[in-house]
Design a binder for this molecule. Structure first.
Ligand SMILES: [Zn+2]
Length: 358
């Protein structure tokens, strides 16, 4: 099936170039960029502080603009791309829009300081919607050594808990800018060995450690290699996102998921020719890899796992494709600027949250 993918455009070619040009245009106009907010280092009070900074340095949030926000609107709605479709050749250069101020980008980062790809061990594959005895996998399993810190993918609100087969988890709500449909994401980090937030909701900052990779819940068996189970559910409001339980029994749909997926399709998937072997959604659940990538998250480069994790995962390009081949440099870009918040900022935000400030 992958043989039908287009290889006509190199990754540095037409599909990717307009985004970089647009970002440059915005920067020269003095539009606000997240890196301008950097003023001090976020200091974690946990043992992961140093790792958090190292991770933040590589997971910075300073996208000058949403990756595909300046691309020309796709000409007409169409079904999501599949690997069976012929390569698209829709132009993505929009010179007129490059002269306009870019909208505020989401501030998103990856969820760990390392990327070893998708779990694939004796217990099975960890890709989104992989077959499971109970039906389909609701998230994506990111292979990582035990104890690897898991990081907030946004400035948001987090809480911790324990839930059946998921074990110890942290749920994080991220609010998206209006131009992305005003959706709110509930990110669910599970099978953790440690949780850095409590049951009470608190403000957290992009790149802040939320816990550590573990083997709790149904990941405890010896055939399951340590990994982060990451789910992403879309809601139309922060309150609804905060009430999300991530119970696998609840497979209800949500209009906000429809709207966000439509946005992603028009502004990212089709312009970049992004495809996956599986559907990108299961009702209100969306594929975290493609959502975070399309929304501009930065991610450490994939590294083949070694030691006892060797051979227990597959790289992203085994499962996803962009026009030209490898999805990684199209979806994700390493950043050197760190997302930075002071401990005082976090304490103030958390006090306001407890006081009921939205
Ligand atoms: Zn999983």
């Amino acid at each position: 099936m992958l043989g039908v993918m287009s290889r006509q455009s190199p990754l540095s070619g037409p599909a990717a170039r307009p985004r970089r040009r647009a970002a440059t245009s915005q920067a020269t106009q003095g539009a606000p960029a997240p890196r301008g907010l950097v003023s001090a280092l976020f200091v974690s009070s946990t043992a992961w502080g140093a790792l958090a900074f190292a991770a933040a340095s590589g997971l910075g949030c300073s996208h000058a603009a949403p990756r595909a926000a300046q691309a020309a609107p796709a000409p007409a709605p169409s079904p999501l791309p599949s690997l069976a479709e012929p390569p698209r050749s829709a132009p993505v250069v929009a010179t007129a829009e490059m002269t306009e101020p870019a909208p505020a980008p989401p501030r998103l980062g990856w969820v760990m300081p390392v990327d070893h790809g998708v779990r694939a061990d004796r217990a099975g594959g960890g890709q989104f919607l992989a077959p499971r005895t109970h039906g389909r996998h609701n998230g994506v399993d990111l292979l990582a050594p035990l104890g690897t810190p898991v990081l907030a993918a946004c400035d948001g609100v987090a809480r911790a808990g324990t839930l059946g087969g998921y074990g110890k988890y942290v749920a994080l709500v991220c609010e998206l800018p209006p131009e992305w449909g005003g959706a709110h994401l509930s990110l669910f980090y599970s099978h953790l060995s440690a949780q850095e937030v409590g049951a009470e909701r608190v403000r957290v900052a992009l790149g802040q450690p939320l816990g550590a990779v573990g083997k709790t819940g149904n990941a405890a068996g010896p055939s399951v290699m340590p990994h982060l189970h990451l789910e992403l559910i879309v809601h139309p409001s922060a309150e609804e996102a905060r009430r999300e339980t991530h119970s696998g029994r609840d497979q209800s749909n949500n209009p906000a998921a429809d709207a966000l997926l439509s946005q992603l399709d028009e502004r990212c998937l089709r312009p970049l020719g992004l495809t996956s072997r599986q559907p990108l959604r299961r009702e209100r659940r969306l594929d975290p890899y493609l959502v975070l990538g399309c929304l501009g998250a930065t991610k450490p480069a994939y590294q083949r796992p070694s030691g006892e994790l060797a051979g227990a995962s597959f790289p992203w390009q085994d499962y996803y494709r962009a026009r030209g081949g490898d999805p990684e440099p199209v979806l994700f870009r390493a950043e050197s600027s760190a997302p930075v918040h002071t401990a005082a900022w976090l304490q103030r935000e958390s006090r306001e949250l407890r006081a009921g400030t939205p």
